[in-house]
Design a protein around this ligand. Structure first.
Ligand SMILES: Nc1nc2c(ncn2[C@@H]2O[C@H](COP(=O)(O)OP(=O)(O)OP(=O)(O)O)[C@@H](O)[C@H]2O)c(=O)[nH]1
Ligand SMILES: [Mg+2]
Length: 388
């Protein structure tokens, strides 16, 4: 009964999102599985999206996100960093896995440095993984391992290696707080030959995660500082303008009724894209439903303009101008209204709030009407020329 209650509670809350990063094979999947206490069912990430898996722990919903591993190949590292930095917007905490017995940490340092340069206050834990491999791998008795008072050769090997790792990263990445460091083993083969080897450090990692999690307001302020102005907002504005110009262009098309549907499609795509920039995956169907509260005022005017196109002769000319003049600013206003909410990590605004902000934005967007029409006409002309 209490299990059901805690599950219900967990389902009702947004999950805590842990972003696991590290070089390929660094032990990220094993670490998340160990935190969950079982083999998780992972969904594959599409494109730049991370793979993910969810579980519940004591009534808390947790979601692990695993970024593609960096490492050998040297392929487009800066773009990878960029994609990872964007992924921070969809995460609450970053866990960088640094695997033993590696001794060269320039990749980890470069990567952690790039992330914390983008978001200096973002909580980042460095988790040294696979420590069972240090010293003699066969000599692995995690239950008696005492890293506070290293005495055995194994304990001394682990502490010496971990000390070098922490020094190297702290030296290279001043934004990283050195106490956010832990030592784990999570996926070694069982010396007895079956299943997973005995884990180490997972409870300590859990405590560290709990200590480092920022409260939502703090996280939001931090991300807003880190990303909104510099990275995400300009991209979102570009998405909005592209959509607004396409919507205006669709309304200039001579086919009645088709344009209103196209405008809705363009707007739904725009909302999906803006939400994605802020780390929220929305389906087009959800986006269309989110647009519904805005359909009243301005949408009616589009439909009326569409109907005018049925009139022969002058009808089309008049309605095209009206339709495009409305569709462009309408889309611009919808985009900026959703941007306001999404930038505050509010992905489910109430219809009343949405209408209020939208009305404000629509007044502002009216001033950009001519600019939108000009861009739409230029775009159509370019299309015509390239087809010709
Ligand atoms: N000995 C030992 N092996 C480990 C440990 N953690 C992971 N491994 C092994 O290291 C390999 C990679 O582990 P994963 O957890 O898949 O690492 P990953 O970073 O998710 O790897 P990719 O997603 O494939 O890049 C696997 O063979 C694991 O069994 C550990 O703590 N000790
Ligand atoms: Mg993996």
């Amino acid at each position: 009964m209490s299990g059901d209650a805690s599950s219900a509670q967990a389902r009702g809350k947004a999950p805590v999102r842990l972003l696991f990063c590290g070089r390929k094979g660094s032990g990220r999947t094993s670490l998340a599985n160990a935190l969950a206490g079982r083999e998780l069912a992972w969904s594959v990430g599409e494109g730049k999206a991370p793979a993910s898996a969810s579980w519940e722990s004591g009534g808390l919903a947790v979601k692990a996100l695993e970024m593609p591993g960096f490492g050998a190949g040297g392929e487009a590292q800066p773009r990878r960093f960029d994609a990872s930095a964007m992924a921070l917007a969809g995460a609450d905490l970053l866990i960088l896995a640094a695997p033993a017995p590696e001794e060269a940490w320039s990749l980890e340092a470069e990567w952690l440095g790039a992330m914390l340069e983008a978001a200096p206050d973002f909580p980042a834990i460095v988790c040294a993984t696979r420590i069972d491999l240090l010293g003699s791998p066969r000599d692995w008795r995690p239950e008696t391992l005492d890293l506070e008072h290293p005495a055995s050769p194994k304990e001394r090997a682990v502490c010496a290696w971990a000390g070098r790792l922490a020094e190297a990263l702290a030296g290279a990445v001043p934004q990283w707080r050195k106490e956010r460091f832990c030592l784990t083993a999570a996926g070694g083969a069982d010396p007895a030959g079956e299943g997973l080897g005995a884990v180490f450090g997972i409870d300590a990692l859990r405590r560290l995660v709990a200590d480092c999690l920022p409260d939502p307001a703090q996280k939001h302020a931090m991300l807003a500082r880190a990303f909104d102005r510099d990275i995400v907002r300009p991209r979102a504005e570009k998405v909005i303008w592209t959509a607004a110009v396409s919507a205006a262009a669709a309304s200039l098309a001579p086919v009645p009724a088709v344009d209103a549907a196209m405008v809705a499609t363009v707007q739904a795509g725009m909302i999906v894209a803006i939400a994605g920039l802020y780390g929220c995956v929305l389906s087009r169907k959800t986006a269309l439903a989110m647009l519904a509260p805005l359909a009243g005022a301005a949408g009616v005017r589009i439909a009326a303009a569409s109907a005018l196109k049925l009139l022969p002769g002058l009808g089309h000319v008049a309605s095209a101008a009206v339709g495009a003049a409305v569709a462009g600013p309408l889309t611009l206003a919808a985009g900026y209204a959703f941007l306001d909410f999404f930038a505050r990590a509010e992905f489910n605004p109430s219809p009343e709030e949405l209408r209020r902000v939208f009305a404000e934005k629509y007044r502002e967007a009216g001033a950009r009407k001519d600019e939108l029409l000009r861009k739409a006409r230029e775009g159509l002309k370019r299309q015509g020329q390239s087809k010709a």
